[in-house]
Structures are given as C-alpha cells and as structure tokens.
Design a protein around this ligand. Structure first.
Ligand SMILES: NC(=O)c1ccc[n+]([C@@H]2O[C@H](COP(=O)([O-])OP(=O)(O)OC[C@H]3O[C@@H](n4cnc5c(N)ncnc54)[C@H](OP(=O)(O)O)[C@@H]3O)[C@@H](O)[C@H]2O)c1
Length: 255
C-alpha cells in the first residue's frame, strides 16, 4: 500500500503558514510539483521563490477558500491547464475565539465556512476528475477537537466534527475505487494558530516533526493520521465516555 510521495503533483490549501507552509517545504524537497493556496499571496510567492526550482515548477493562487466563486475560478484554471493533481491536502483552517453564552453567529459561520465549506468547495470541482481517473488521494485536516466537544471551542469542534463525518462517508462511498480519503488529525502543533492559545497544550509538537508524520501517513494512504500517539489515544478513549462523565471532567479546563 505504501507509495512514495516523491514527484507527485499536490495541491495544498492554507500553505501560507504553519502546517501547510511546512508541508510545502518538505514536499518540495521530495521533488513534488506544488499548487499552493491561501489569501496572503505575497507569503506564497516568497515561499515558492525559496523552494528548489521555484516559480518554474510550482504555482500559487490567492484564494479565500470560504468563497465558492473564487474556489470555482481557481479550480477551473487548474483543470483548464491540463494539470492532473495526485493529492489534495485541504488544510486551510481557522480557530477563533468563542465566549459562551454569546453565540456570535458571524464568527461561528466563519469557522464553518473555512473549516468545512472551504474543503467541500474544492471537492465539488476537483473530485469528479479524480474519480473519473480512478487514482488519487484526498486529505483534509481535521482535529481531535472534532472527536468530542471541547470547552470554549464549540464552533471549531463542531466544524471539524462535520468534516470528519463527511470524509468518513466519502471513504465509504468510494471504497471500491482507487481514490483514498485521509483525515489528518494533529494534536497540538506549534504554529501561528497555537501561538495565540493561552491555555496549556499537552504534547505540543514542532511543526517540522508533525509534517514528517503527516507525509509518512500520506504515503501509506492511511484513512486517518492521528498524532501524537498519546494524545490520540486519550482523545479516542474520550469518545466512549458517557456524556455526563465527560462533561464533568472537562468542565474546569480552559478558563
Ligand atoms: N496547529 C495545531 O495544533 C492544529 C491542531 C489540529 C488541527 N489543526 C488544523 O491544521 C490546519 C492548519 O493549521 P495551522 O496550525 O497551520 O494554522 P495557521 O498557521 O494559522 O495556518 C492556517 C492557514 O489557513 C489559511 N487560511 C485561513 N483562512 C483561510 C481562508 N479563508 N482562505 C484561504 N486560506 C485560509 C491561512 O492562510 P491565509 O491567512 O494566508 O489565507 C494559513 O495558511 C487547520 O485546519 C487547523 O484547524 C491545527
């Protein structure tokens, strides 16, 4: 089942910082051809300029993944250029503050728009050609926060849970094909996203190490790349705890 990722054509959303940025860096070292997507295109251009073969080999698009029209335009441009994408890594995500009981609907919608719809828009336009070719890998970045509700993170947890279920159903729907679906569920990884957290993050991992684990998992076409192991085990165990007990042990976390 293991297939070297070297030389593949890979689309990465959220490539301007954190996990997506480091994925681009490490995949370029493995001779992959990259299509990088984010809103901060200046960062993408600088990243591409720093990669081996730079702008000759790789491309980038300024794109807000929560805007279906823009995603459609980008996808049509990619398809019209005749580029065949081997792997999508739909990684763009946001985690913004949430202060219950104030349900700031705009803020909640934003997290769903990026974390959930920002994946589905790409799949709408790019999955059919992949299914027709009967060859490829779709990876999306979820979170252990999607396994169960996390304190002060209802919008983020819910958006990642929706993504988890959607990917799981797609995996079933296309089980008999040669198109594979991977949910990446990282524990705490050092990035601009976690830099703004003001709570204790157990097993916080450097992004370089996290991305090595992700690439290894993609090469094995794992249905789920959950790490680090200890946090993954705790998060999976929490899934089977009774709701009342789970709420009682989580209540005092994250003031
Ligand atoms: N770091 C962790 O501990 C951790 C743990 C579990 C899951 N995750 C998930 O991993 C993914 C990457 O997180 P990270 O830690 O690398 O965070 P990050 O450093 O904040 O990077 C987020 C990336 O998403 C992009 N993005 C955000 N909104 C976007 C939009 N509307 N349109 C296009 N791109 C958008 C950002 O690019 P622009 O701002 O340039 O658009 C940036 O490149 C996210 O899905 C996150 O939920 C992270």
């Amino acid at each position: 089942m293991r297939e070297k990722i070297n030389g593949k054509t890979i689309l990465i959303t959220g490539a301007s910082s954190g996990i997506g940025y480091e994925l681009a860096r490490q995949l370029a070292e493995r001779d992959c051809r990259l299509i990088l997507i984010a809103r901060r295109d200046e960062l993408l251009r600088q990243l591409i300029d720093s990669l081996p073969d730079g702008g000759e080999k790789h491309r980038y698009y300024k794109c807000d993944v929560s805007d279906q029209g823009t995603v459609e335009t980008v996808c049509r441009d990619i398809l019209n250029s005749g580029t065949v994408i081997d792997i999508f890594i739909l990684n763009a995500g946001v985690s913004s503050g949430y202060k219950p009981p104030d349900l700031d609907i705009e803020n909640i919608k934003l997290q769903f728009d990026v974390n959930f719809w920002g994946v589905l828009y790409f799949l709408k336009y790019l999955l059919p050609p992949m299914i027709e070719r009967n060859d490829g890998l779709v990876a999306a970045t979820g979170s252990p926060a999607g396994y169960r509700g996390m304190p002060k993170s209802a919008p983020y947890s819910a958006s990642k849970a929706a993504l988890d279920r959607f990917m799981e159903s797609l995996r079933i729907d296309f089980w008999s094909t040669n198109v594979h679906f991977t949910l990446i569920t990282p524990g705490f990884v050092k990035s601009p996203m976690t830099d703004s957290n003001d709570f204790y993050m157990p097993f916080l991992m450097p992004v370089e190490k996290a991305v090595k684990i992700i690439i290894k998992g993609l090469e094995k076409k794992k249905p789920e790349i959950c790490f680090p192991l200890r946090l993954c085990c705790i998060a999976k165990f929490a899934r089977i705890l009774p709701p009342r007990f789970y709420a009682s042990i989580m209540q005092n976390r994250r003031k």
